[in-house]
Design a protein around this ligand. Structure first.
Ligand code: SAM
Length: 321
């Protein structure tokens, strides 16, 4: 059993049909649309709320018909399918729940899934109700759980989007039980050209645009952008695509998906590239050093390949028993 706490007062909270109550039976945080709302929607992740509620099913294996999330999850965690019986798993920054689905459908773990945005609603529509799923709208910095509670902690595709990357890593390590495991990934700094890219050139302007407006602009122009991207590659000038305001198609999106699905995925990823308040890539070695600094052992930092040519820089570690 995981002890749920109030991140503000640190008092124990209890699950109730209407939300989380304190020891006196007072409702402290409401349950709404399948999630305990420890924070309000009004925070720096509102772009993600819009993104995941708009593209609720796009990246979810059971709806998209591919198995890219499943392959990525098991390649990164190295856990066996159908394992984790009786174990508790904390997932931070779950978005629409692409990995929540994999955990619920392909492992036996009890999942505590957290996101700071109202993407928890999309996750609940995708994966709830489920006897092994509990959803919380909460921040990585103020998690509503007692420290050292979880057998497994994962945080995939999130850390670069938090304001203080190192503090986020620390918060995750604190949630791992002695003997438990942590698996994280993030955008990497590859070389001095990482930030010479339309993403980092345009983000200061585009992230300030009204999110709905940015989304419409991308939707209205995506076919032209895809044509430019493909043309550059065809004539051998693919390197110019880093200056085209569109996501990387070849190395980040799964090959072989239907054209309409791919188009939707490109709109999603292009919005995901420009709209976040924070986008702070890190070196794999730096993150591995932080994980060690926070007391984790057996730290393994590596580029994990999955689904053909897709790659994710991943750090795995354990907490000493
Ligand atoms: C790029 S999305 C990734 C979602 C999901 N893990 C996936 O791979 O599809 C990043 C998610 O991190 C969440 N996030 C950002 N800052 C957070 C914080 N401080 N606490 C919890 N979640 C946060 C965002 O709301 C967003 O849903």
């Amino acid at each position: 059993m995981i002890e749920i706490i109030d991140p503000v007062t640190k008092e124990s909270l209890f699950e109730h049909a209407e939300g989380l109550t304190n020891s006196k039976g007072k409702l402290v945080y409401k349950l709404s649309e399948g999630a305990y709302r420890v924070v309000s929607d009004d925070n720096y992740t509102s772009n993600f709320g819009l993104e995941w509620n708009t593209f609720q099913k796009t990246q979810i294996d059971k709806f998209s018909g591919n198995n890219v999330s499943e392959e990525r999850f098991f390649a990164q965690t190295r856990w066996a399918k159908n394992s984790l019986e009786g174990e508790t798993l904390l997932e931070v920054g779950s978005g629409a729940g692409r990995f929540s689905q994999i955990i619920l459908d392909h492992t036996k773990a009890s999942l505590y899934s957290v996101d700071y945005s109202n993407a928890v609603e999309a996750n609940y529509r995708n994966n709830g109700p489920h006897e092994r799923l509990k959803l919380f709208q909460a921040s990585i910095y103020d998690l509503p759980f007692k420290k050292e509670s979880f057998d497994k902690v994962i945080c995939l595709g999130v850390l670069q989007h938090t304001p203080d990357f190192k503090a986020s890593v620390k918060a995750l390590t604190e949630m791992v039980k002695p003997g438990g495991e942590l698996v994280i990934d993030f955008y990497p700094i590859k070389n001095i050209f990482t930030k010479v890219h339309s993403k980092y050139i345009l983000r200061p302007f585009l992230k300030r645009m009204k999110h709905e407006r940015l989304m419409s602009w991308i939707r209205n122009n995506i076919d032209t952008l895809i044509s430019i991207y493909k043309f550059n590659r065809r004539i051998g000038l693919g390197f110019l695509n880093r200056f085209v305001p569109i996501c990387e198609i070849e190395r980040t999106l799964p090959a072989g998906i239907a054209p309409d699905q791919l188009r939707e995925w490109i709109i999603l990823d292009t919005f995901d590239m420009f709209s976040p308040e924070y986008d702070q890539p890190q070196r794999l070695s730096t993150v591995a050093a932080w994980v060690k600094e926070f007391g984790m052992i057996d730290v393994d930092a590596a580029w994990v390949t999955y689904h053909g040519n897709l790659e994710a820089p991943t750090v795995r570690a354990r907490k000493e028993l």
